[in-house]
Design a protein around this ligand. Structure first.
Ligand code: GTP
Length: 529
């Protein structure tokens, strides 16, 4: 009302008449509306989400229809209710279009199948929900059934008219849980991993045809699973919730009761259920439920059942009701973890010049700063040398005691777990003159110790040493001493800022990646005081 009265004011009327921008008018009427355009933070400054908890639910099956087709000649009518459609699946697809897990939602539900209709028409199949995840995503299972396989993306679209008429009538029991529901529920902590690889649920013929794995990557590594004790699982979850896993259940500050609830999961986490390492790979994480049967089929089904099981008295109504309702889709809870895949991992202390080096080796433009811990998330760069492409990962700096959560901790080391080659970047100028830094050979020792405390054997891979900041005064002598103290491993003196020594370093990296050279830096190969 008051707006109308305002409009009648002569000045506003004139304004309305001559103004051509509607938002200006709105701003005039509703002055509290903000029209400031928000700017997205640059990619480098955005925090990388590399762990994520996700609950997925397959779509429920549609209900079967109960209908009778009556005619002049058939007063009682014939059943002609169609089956309900199958619910959609939740599918994770590996893609290069996403680089971390920040675009995911914590709850993902596939669409429900359509209900059956008269004239024996089946309901439509529920739409699948395809979620894109980055290359290098590892799936850890918290609750639900383990997805059976990872498959390559099929070129053909899924069958939209998946008829749920493949229920096994002979073995069907109304008290029995549906195939889909039997998959729901908490997994028992099991030592027998073969149980995991052979789920009790046998998909029907259509499903198995559709999901037949082209390339199975599902990894059940018993050694690793066993080595992860309950204590480790506890730490894992605690770390996720309390430190950098803000997105655990979508809340940064979990309340006490929630914490307790989450702790229940600690016994149930199964690690490395599957890995998505190639673009186009897909895995069905939650299956849609089968549709209920229309009265055409259920009449047939109940008759068959009565013939087989004549001692049990079941009323037609009860029987039909149980068959008619669509089955619920399966539900699973996953932890997704991203492990970047790179050929070379740059490892070094803060301020050693890793980001500068990555910029010199590739076209990447990571943030460089003269203070420690400039790099807060792993950066990837692509090095092209002699027509071969090498991916280089720069991870945040690691300090002595990182395994005790000092600095940024060592959780980032997961990003170099899969690298073929390690390049240890040391700062030659850290301890010269009156600087109180760590000498390069000590830096190497600390780095190896931290790598090993994160994961045993992580440092045991082809490696070289990059002696950075050779341009600084007095570093020549330090470099000579480094060569004597660390024999048997190629050391490349470089000045990352001026890009000096970079071509030789590129050649060295290429030889290691190609397997032409296989020197490894070991703790006993470093002579310290
Ligand atoms: N003199 C000299 N300074 C360098 C060289 N390379 C890097 N720097 C400087 O060292 C500082 C740290 O460089 P960064 O590339 O950010 O080091 P970083 O290892 O990525 O550091 P974090 O992000 O903390 O892990 C910056 O001020 C660089 O300018 C070099 O070759 N010579």
């Amino acid at each position: 009302m008051w707006l109308r009265s305002l409009k009648t004011l002569p000045c506003l009327e004139a304004f309305t008449k001559f103004s051509r921008s509607p938002w200006l008018l709105q701003a005039c009427y509703f002055s509290d509306v903000s029209y400031k355009k928000t700017k997205l933070a640059p990619l480098q400054e955005r925090r990388m989400i590399d762990r994520f908890r996700l609950r997925a639910k397959g779509g429920d099956g549609g209900n079967g229809c109960c209908s009778f087709r009556r005619s002049r000649h058939d007063r009682r009518g014939r059943p002609d209710g169609g089956n309900g459609g199958r619910g959609g699946d939740v599918i994770l697809e590996c893609s290069t279009a996403v680089w971390d897990l920040s675009c995911l939602q914590h709850h993902i539900n596939a669409r429900r199948g359509g209900n059956g209709t008269p004239k024996n028409m089946i309901g439509s199949r529920g739409a699948d929900k395809v979620v894109l995840v980055p290359v290098g995503t590892v799936i850890h299972l918290v609750e639900g059934e383990i997805p059976s396989s990872v498959e390559k993306k099929s070129s053909g679209s899924l069958d939209p008219w998946d008829i749920p008429g493949t229920l096994d009538f002979d073995s069907f029991d109304s008290s029995q849980q549906s195939p889909s529901t039997s998959k729901i529920g908490k997994l028992e902590k099991t030592d027998n991993t073969s149980d995991v690889s052979a789920p009790s649920y046998k998909p029907n013929v259509k499903e198995s045809a559709r999901t037949s794995p082209v390339e199975v990557f599902t990894r059940f590594s018993p050694s690793r699973d066993k080595s992860r004790t309950q204590h480790e699982a506890h730490d894992f979850l605690k770390e996720h919730r309390c430190s950098d896993w803000e997105d655990w259940d979508g809340k940064s500050n979990a309340s006490g009761s929630e914490c307790e609830e989450d702790m229940e999961h600690t016994e149930l986490v199964q690690y490395n259920v599957a890995e998505l390492t190639e673009p186009g790979q897909r895995i069905i994480v939650a299956r849609g439920g089968d549709g209920g049967m229309g009265n055409v089929r259920s009449a047939k089904g109940s008759k068959m059942r009565k013939d087989n099981d004549f001692n049990v008295e079941v009323s037609d109504d009860d029987d039909f009701a149980s068959l008619n309702i669509g089955l619920p889709g399966s539900e699973v809870v996953f932890l997704l973890e991203l492990k970047s895949i790179a050929d070379v991992g740059l490892v070094g202390m803060p301020n050693a010049g890793k980001s500068t080096l990555l910029g010199a080796l590739s076209r990447a433009k990571p943030t460089v700063g003269h203070y420690a811990f400039t790099t807060l998330r792993p950066n990837l760069g692509n090095l092209i040398y002699d027509d071969i492409s090498i991916t280089v990962a720069d991870i945040p700096g690691i300090i002595r005691g990182a395994h005790e959560n000092r600095g940024l901790g060592h959780a980032f080391l997961r990003h170099i777990e899969r690298t073929k080659v390690l390049a240890y970047v040391v700062d030659l100028a850290a301890a010269i003159d009156d600087k109180k830094g760590i000498p390069p050979w000590e830096q190497l020792k600390d780095l190896i110790l931290e790598l090993e405390s994160y994961c045993e054997g992580l440092s045991n891979r082809p490696s070289l040493v990059v002696a950075n900041k050779i341009d600084e005064v007095g570093t020549e002598e330090v470099y000579e001493e480094l060569r004597q103290r660390v024999p048997g491993v190629p050391i490349f003196p470089v000045c990352a800022v001026l890009e000096e020594g970079i071509p030789k370093l590129k050649a060295g990296l290429k030889m290691l990646v190609n397997g032409e050279e296989s020197s490894r830096l070991k703790l006993d190969g470093i002579m310290t005081d």
